[in-house]
Design a protein around this ligand. Structure first.
Ligand code: PRT
Ligand code: ZN
Length: 285
């Protein structure tokens, strides 16, 4: 039987979340043996631990069948792979930043300037789209120090909280690309490997959906049941059970994290009591 080869980052910002998500799909493998490849015990996948920059290349060439990588790295690499699923972690943006004391009104202020970056392709595309000509200096790390040491007038780098820019005397001027971790696959997977991938996706989607939803259990006075049910669409409709105490019912449903606190407030105002909210492990429609 074939096994699907999944590439994840060996050590870095995407490693822990990638491993956590795989484990939450009830797929386990020996932890940090220092090996480059390891086999899952209970699912037909082998896991390859790689540098993130190598993942698009390995997936394109079929050394790995699928991989989890930042969209920033994927787009910059320009490799031919299929995008399968956004993973919901590793969120960041690629931004242009300039010295704090530089007057910056628009991207036109960067014309003729030098910009240091590790993302020359994405930056060039952005500048072309704005019809701006600038000098791109490719450097592989510590991009944020370039203006301070006189290497460049501006930088284009990954920003998450913005504190690295701040501590290097820079300010964010333009956000040019939004990124998160993404699952990619080789374009020519065998039918058997595609079946394993679909099985994995089924689990991943159930876990991701569960993370976005909560199970809610509450007591409702019968006279408010209609109002409370209208607030709780559930997967189909909420489950309502008669309560031992006369005139009351127990209501079970699923609510999304998005409008969670607003919903709880509305439910309380409608007369709900004893509201219990619980995490969901898997959610399958
Ligand atoms: O060794 P390897 O090559 O595998 O790892 P790496 O050092 O190239 O990458 P790593 O682990 O730093 O990042 C992996 C991926 O995480 C990136 O490709 C992004 O998709 C994503 N990611 C999410 C980030 C950040 N957030 C992030 N904040 N990647 C880098 N940063 C850096 C950024 O370069 C800057 O130095 O963090 C700093 C900015 O952070 P703030 O919070 O101060 O704004
Ligand atoms: Zn890297």
């Amino acid at each position: 039987m074939q096994r699907l080869k999944l590439a994840i980052q060996k050590k870095g910002r995407l490693s822990d979340e990638s491993i956590k998500l795989i484990n939450e799909c009830d797929i386990s493998f020996p932890s940090s043996t220092g090996k480059l490849v390891t086999s899952a015990y209970d699912f037909p996948i082998d896991i390859l631990f790689l540098r993130d920059d190598d993942i698009p290349d390995y997936v394109q060439d079929g050394v790995a069948d699928i991989g989890i990588v930042g969209e920033n790295v994927l787009v910059e690499s320009d490799k031919k792979v299929d995008e399968v699923l956004k993973m919901g972690f590793g969120k960041c943006r690629l931004s242009l930043a300039v010295p704090r004391n530089m007057e910056y009104k628009s991207v036109a202020d960067l014309a003729g300037k030098s910009i240091a970056t590790s993302y020359p392709k994405i930056l060039q595309q952005f500048l072309d789209s704005k019809n701006i000509k600038a000098d791109i200096h490719v450097i592989s790390g510590s991009v944020e120090i370039a203006p301070g040491i006189g290497l460049a007038d501006a930088i284009c780098d990954i920003v998450s909280t913005g504190s690295t820019l701040l501590s290097n005397g820079l300010k964010e001027a333009e956000q040019i690309f939004q990124s998160e971790a993404i699952l990619v696959k080789n374009k020519n997977l065998s039918t058997e490997k595609n079946d394993i991938l679909n099985n994995l996706l089924f689990r991943l989607e159930a876990v991701k959906r569960a993370q976005k939803n909560k199970y809610i259990l509450l007591n409702a006075p019968n006279e408010s049941l209609d109002k409370i049910i209208s607030l709780l669409p559930g997967i189909n409709s909420p489950t309502v059970q008669a309560f031992a105490k006369e005139g009351w019912s127990s209501v079970h449903s699923v609510i999304t994290e998005k409008d969670f606190w607003e919903k709880i407030q509305q439910l309380k105002e409608a007369g709900a009591e004893g509201i219990l909210v619980m995490p969901i492990e898997k959610l399958i429609y």
